[in-house]
Design a protein around this ligand. Structure first.
Ligand code: GAL
Length: 393
């Protein structure tokens, strides 16, 4: 029955000409819509057919990281510009909340889902229901695993992001120059490694790209990992949480650095980087890199971290232009809604355990202090004032 309703809507704009006021639900980033979840609404919400083009469900993981807020807003605006209503939900990094939000999107008649999963393996049940209802599913930034019911994946070249993170660490230590040529520094340097959340497929791609880049230097003794913790399971950070990273950094310092000096930390995400920097600063490192703060990497070009880079506290981050990602998700969604297959530029890399998901990969850049302006300000991602204040306006 859900399928019938969807097909009626998805059959094309021709059939969706009922013009009436939109319900207004989900038109913002409030999450109050989940309160209405129940088993019944599939048949009782005929009101959604009243929208000119129908509703698209957008499920984002959390608002604690500003990137997901920007991602959600950009996808929403892009789809609204095409005449769709958007049910945008954030799940507070809570898996049951996200599952419930997706259930509601399906029962409320969403025509298509765009999902950035909290736990990439936890949505099989929801996506089975989506498939039964004929609802295409786009995995957003994070691959959804262990299900045949994901149709398209928009993301960045995540292995390359990991290579870039490791490269920025090597540049910060002076082993490489920014142009990729050999630097003057010979080491040995003490480093520690951090990875993201093991339930996020991206964490493995980032870590693999990074460790493949660092391993030759570890093998030759230029880089030393005093804790001995070099496996992803040992260095992972559940939910990418800043406090968790801070605690692990504190423990690492206590256990391994009573008489050693730490020179660098591979960090996969700016929130984790800030936790690491807090621990380092509390332990007396810094305050700036010039004063002995270890070289700390990052990802996402979050404004608080861009300011830290500008202030010579964090060494680098990776800029993934979420505006481009959101635009590609919208392009993919429109293709599905037109009954076509969206363009993929990678059909081999992202095996989700059941199938290789056709993917569209975008490029990323390393941000150093000296290219903040060219990469982030000139492109309009952040203003010069935001970089100076560390606060998004
Ligand atoms: C990853 C994402 C990163 C970062 C991290 C923590 O999935 O690719 O860019 O945002 O989650 O939110």
């Amino acid at each position: 029955m859900k399928g019938k309703k969807l097909i009626a809507v998805a059959a094309g704009a021709v059939m969706a000409f009922t013009l009436a006021a939109c319900s207004g639900s989900g038109a913002g980033d409030d999450s109050s819509a989940d309160a209405t979840t129940s088993a019944a609404p599939a048949e009782s919400n005929g009101g959604d057919a009243a929208m000119e083009k129908g509703t698209i469900g957008v499920a984002m993981p959390t608002q604690t990281s500003e990137r997901w807020i920007a991602d959600g807003d950009a996808v929403k605006k892009g789809l609204e510009a095409e005449g769709y209503t958007v049910d945008l939900q954030f799940a507070g990094d809570d898996i049951p909340t996200q599952s419930q939000q997706i259930d509601s999107m399906i029962t409320n008649g969403s025509q298509l889902l765009i999902v950035a999963a909290i736990d990439g393996t936890a949505l099989s049940g929801q996506l089975e229901a989506a498939a039964a209802a004929g609802i295409p599913v786009i995995a957003y930034d994070r691959l959804i695993r262990d299900t045949p019911n994901v149709d398209y994946y928009v993301t960045f070249d995540n292995y390359k992001v990991g290579v870039q993170q490791a490269t920025s660490l090597l540049v910060g230590l002076g082993i490489l120059n920014e142009d990729g040529s050999e630097g003057d520094a010979e080491g040995p340097f003490n480093i520690e490694l951090f990875a993201g959340s093991l339930d996020d497929n991206n964490a493995f791609f980032f870590f693999n790209g990074a460790i493949d880049t660092l391993q030759p230097y570890i093998d030759s003794g230029v880089l030393v990992v005093p804790s001995g913790q070099t496996e992803i399971e040992q260095v992972a950070t559940l939910r990418w949480a800043q406090e968790t990273a801070q605690k692990r950094m504190e423990d690492l310092l206590t256990a391994n650095y009573a008489s050693e000096t730490l020179n660098g930390v591979l960090s996969p995400y700016d929130g984790i980087s800030r936790g690491i920097l807090t621990a380092l600063s509390n332990a007396g490192y810094g305050p700036t890199i010039a004063d002995g703060m270890p070289v700390v990497t990052g990802q996402d070009a979050e404004i608080a971290s861009v300011k830290l880079i500008n202030d010579d506290v964090q060494f680098a981050t990776i800029f993934k232009d979420t505006r481009k990602l959101a635009a590609q998700a919208v392009v993919g969604a429109l293709s599905f809604l037109d009954g076509a297959e969206p363009e993929a530029n990678d059909t081999t890399t992202y095996d989700n355990g059941v199938k290789v998901v056709p993917s569209y990969l975008l490029d990323s850049d390393i941000v150093y202090k000296d290219n903040i302006t060219s990469l982030l300000v000139d492109s309009g991602y952040w203003t010069a004032d935001e970089v100076a204040s560390g606060v998004a306006e």
